[in-house]
Ligand binder design. Structure first.
Ligand SMILES: O=c1[nH]cnc2c1ncn2[C@H]1C[C@H](O)[C@@H](CO)O1
Ligand SMILES: [Zn+2]
Length: 365
């Protein structure tokens, strides 16, 4: 009998999501309604289903730069307090409905100032939306905890300011910092000032690295910037040799990443869309999981991928034959790597994740 986890069963598993962009996860209907409300005339389709299909097709061009161009439309409709609150609340509801019990959701405050909001107002609107989403989810019997990460855009020059913002709101639900955007030509070391400040403040940060650019980007993110985690990090595979007999040789950087248990926020479907991997089945996550790197599974952008975290796991089950042990391993890895305090992480692992997977295994045996 085939005991592979099904999509419906995976939805019931208590999942953890560390890498999800607020502005890449809107409901298509919400994009349409917000565009209507603010008079944004440039949406490529005015009907939710067609718009969703447009996003997934446009994002699957095989280029990160073109993938990022699609954010033009979502960012355009997220410029008011109401819009930000609504998008954040719906994001949390959607994650909870998919069985996510802990999530870190990121966005770049500097991209939401066009209608006159100040950075602080952007952060406060998103925090209010997250709190509302958590209340609604708890009311439906699907409680979820959500922290936010403030992202600075790597081509811009506001990273120090955004890092200071993250520290200012650290006790109100902002759990860390990130840099994102086009990787090639924008090395993380351009933002050293921000990272040094965060380290002095004992704050957490992740860096998008090793997605559209290779090992030098990962090396800089870890050894110059001091990143706690890697966003994607998929190109670490370039430092791993597998010979014809299957023997594996890790280069110095890959060995460091594995030895130090550096969390990899892997996003297989997104990588297929941007051309960082040719298919989910060919994605380096298969090798990296086998070698026991600290791999986590993430959505990156649910609207652009047309996916949920459960879909992402189901695709991995399909491609690699993963079982419940694998899915629980990815989930515990993610919870261990979260920016929430240690005691909360431990409580979620022992009180919710492990019992949840045990129950599911029992139910589907
Ligand atoms: O996968 C990604 N790589 C680099 N940058 C990204 C990715 N997904 C989203 N972004 C950018 C576009 C968003 O506007 C920004 C903040 O969420 O982060
Ligand atoms: Zn990302």
């Amino acid at each position: 009998m085939d005991r592979r986890p099904t999509l419906e069963q995976i939805r019931r598993a208590p999942k953890v999501l560390l890498h999800d962009h607020l502005d890449g996860g809107l409901r298509p209907r919400t994009v349409v309604e917000l565009a209507d409300a603010v008079g944004y005339p440039d949406l490529p389709a005015d009907e939710p289903e067609a718009l969703g299909a447009w996003f997934t097709a446009a994002a699957a061009s095989g280029s990160l730069d073109r993938y990022l161009e699609t954010f033009r439309h979502t960012v355009a409709v997220m410029q008011t307090r109401e819009a930000l609150e609504r998008v954040a609340a719906e994001c949390v509801e959607d994650l909870a409905a998919d069985g996510v019990v802990y999530a870190e959701v990121r966005y770049a405050p500097e991209q939401h100032l066009r209608a006159g909001l100040r950075l602080e107002e952007v952060v406060e609107a998103v925090l209010a939306g997250v709190a509302e989403g958590c209340r609604r989810a708890a009311g439906r019997g699907t409680p979820i905890r959500v922290g936010t990460l403030l992202t600075a855009m790597r081509h811009a020059a506001r990273s120090r300011e955004i890092a200071e913002l993250a520290v200012r709101y650290r006790d109100d639900g902002v759990v860390g910092f990130d840099i994102a955007g086009a990787e090639a030509g924008h090395p993380p070391t351009r933002h050293l000032d921000a990272f040094e400040y965060l380290r002095r403040e004992n704050a957490h940060f992740t860096i998008h690295a090793g997605e559209a650019f290779g090992l030098p980007s990962i090396w800089e993110a870890l050894q110059w910037c001091g990143a706690d985690r890697l966003g994607h990090g998929v190109r670490i595979v370039d430092d791993i040799g597998v010979d014809d007999s299957g023997e594996v040789r890790l280069g110095r950087l890959a060995a460091y990443v594995r030895d130090k248990r550096v969390p990899l926020e892997m996003c297989p479907s997104s990588n297929v869309q941007t051309g960082a991997a040719s298919s989910v089945a060919d994605h380096p996550i298969g090798l990296l999981r086998r070698l026991r790197f600290r791999v986590t599974v993430n959505t990156d952008n649910r609207l652009l991928g047309g996916i949920t975290l459960s879909d992402e796991f189901a695709a991995l089950v399909d491609a690699f034959g993963y079982d419940w042990d694998d899915l629980e391993w990815f989930t515990v890895n993610a919870m261990k790597s979260a920016f929430a305090p240690f005691d909360e992480r431990l409580a979620l692992i022992n009180g919710l994740i492990k019992p949840g997977f045990a129950r599911l295994r029992w139910e589907v045996r």
